[in-house]
Every structure is written in structure tokens, then in C-alpha cells.
Ligand binder design. Structure first.
Ligand code: C5P
Length: 216
């Protein structure tokens, strides 16, 4: 089976994360370890998850000088990690440095966080969302990163982008949380998402096993 679902394990400790894994099937999804869980538990959480048969997306969204990012990616490549993230806004030299140390891991460039509104982008960049997004995608195209993380609403603009498209901001029900640019899983797959990332709709569900099936 070609897995396309990544479940975000946004828990604050290993016990909660590992207990939650009993609701998931490694043949149906990968799992994402983000900053909260990684900072709480460190490298050992990667081995504990990997021992249970799951492929790991380590989402630390690295953004630093090229040398520091390259050394960090090299360290990550010692672990059983399938995908990891760096910010595209770190620039071409940072992305090339990261790619040069990736080993067997796929590097994804984060474009624009799905929690940011157009107004917030303007406050940060003094330009509009479209220009900023296109610039970031050009940077991704011209480097050796394996793909990008983007909001589902940007998928239409990426029809000619032939690297991986990994898409958070997925909601199959109406929700009122911090994700502003959302779409259903069916639409996102239809529009070309190679992977979707789903957190709270599965992890906070009263019936996570059933919830998971809705996103496959
Ligand atoms: O709970 P929810 O489905 O909103 O989780 C989305 C996950 O995807 C979170 O772990 C978040 O950090 C991550 N993410 C995101 N937007 C990005 C990149 C990653 O929401 N651009």
C-alpha cells in the first residue's frame, strides 16, 4: 500500500505518544514527530517509534546558518527518519547545505505556515502572499530539496512543480482552531498532495481508529 497519510503526534511526552500509536497502523500511515515531542523526549523517541514499525517524519523546521543546518541534518540522518523539514526562507545556500548531508532522508522545504493569514505575511515581508510564495517555490525548484510543505490552497499553483507536496491544514469537519487555510483530505489528494498531515482531527478524536480511516 502506498501510504499518503502522516499523523502528527503532537503530544508532550513519550508515554502519551507511544500509547496513541496503538490506535494507528504502520501500514496505513507515517507519524510526524514535531518540536513539542522532540524537545520533551529527545532522540530516544525516534527509536521507540521506529521499534513499533512506523516510518517517521521529523518536523523540526530547521532555520539557521548553512553550516549549522547541515550538521543538524547529518545528525538526523543517523536515525531512522524518512522525512525532515527546513524552512525555504533559509535561502538557497542553507537548503543546499542541508541536502548535501541528508543521506537517505528526504528533505522538505516549509513554504508558508498554514496558520499565517495574508495580513500576517504582509506584516512580515511587506509583499503579498502570492509573490512571497512563488519566490519560495522557485528556491525549492532550484535546489536539491525533495519537496515542499504547503497549505492545500496552494496546490493549484503547484501543478508543474514535480517534487513532493506535503500538505497540513486538512479538516474534514468544520473546526475553529488555528489552521486558517484548510481543505478536506479528498480535495487535497485530488489536487495533487503526495502526503497529507493530520493532527488533532485524529489525535483528539473519541475514536481515533475510525477518524484515521476518514483521511486515507
Ligand atoms: O492538528 P493539526 O491537523 O492542525 O496539525 C497539523 C500539523 O502540521 C502540526 O503538527 C503542525 O505543526 C504542522 N504544520 C502546519 N503547517 C505547516 C507545516 C506543518 O500546520 N506549514
Amino acid at each position: 500500500m502506498n501510504k499518503k497519510l502522516i499523523v502528527a503526534l503532537d503530544f508532550d511526552n513519550a508515554d502519551k505518544a507511544l500509547n496513541f500509536l496503538s490506535n494507528l497502523d504502520p501500514n496505513k500511515c507515517l507519524v510526524k514527530v514535531g518540536l513539542e515531542l522532540f524537545i520533551s523526549e529527545g532522540w530516544k523517541i525516534l527509536d521507540l517509534i521506529s521499534e513499533r514499525g512506523f516510518e517517521i517524519f521529523l518536523d523540526l523546521k530547521l532555520h539557521d546558518i548553512p553550516n549549522t543546518v547541515a550538521k543538524s541534518v547529518k545528525k538526523i540522518s543517523n536515525f531512522n527518519v524518512a522525512l525532515t523539514t527546513v524552512h525555504l526562507s533559509g535561502g538557497i545556500r542553507m537548503l543546499e547545505a542541508a541536502s548535501s548531508e541528508k543521506g537517505n532522508i528526504k528533505i522538505l522545504g516549509v513554504s508558508i505556515l498554514t496558520s499565517l493569514s495574508q495580513n500576517e505575511i504582509f506584516e512580515i515581508t511587506d509583499t503579498n502572499f502570492d509573490i512571497y510564495f512563488n519566490n519560495l517555490i522557485s528556491i525549492a525548484s532550484s535546489t536539491n530539496v525533495d519537496g515542499v510543505v504547503c497549505s492545500p490552497n496552494e496546490l493549484d499553483r503547484l501543478k508543474n512543480f514535480n517534487k513532493l507536496k506535503v500538505v497540513p491544514g486538512i479538516r474534514n469537519d468544520v473546526s475553529d482552531d488555528d489552521q486558517k487555510r484548510v481543505m478536506t483530505s479528498t480535495e487535497a489528494y485530488h489536487k495533487g498532495a503526495d502526503f497529507i498531515v493530520v493532527g488533532r482531527p485524529i489525535t483528539k478524536s473519541e475514536d481515533p481508529k475510525k477518524a484515521l480511516e476518514l483521511f486515507i
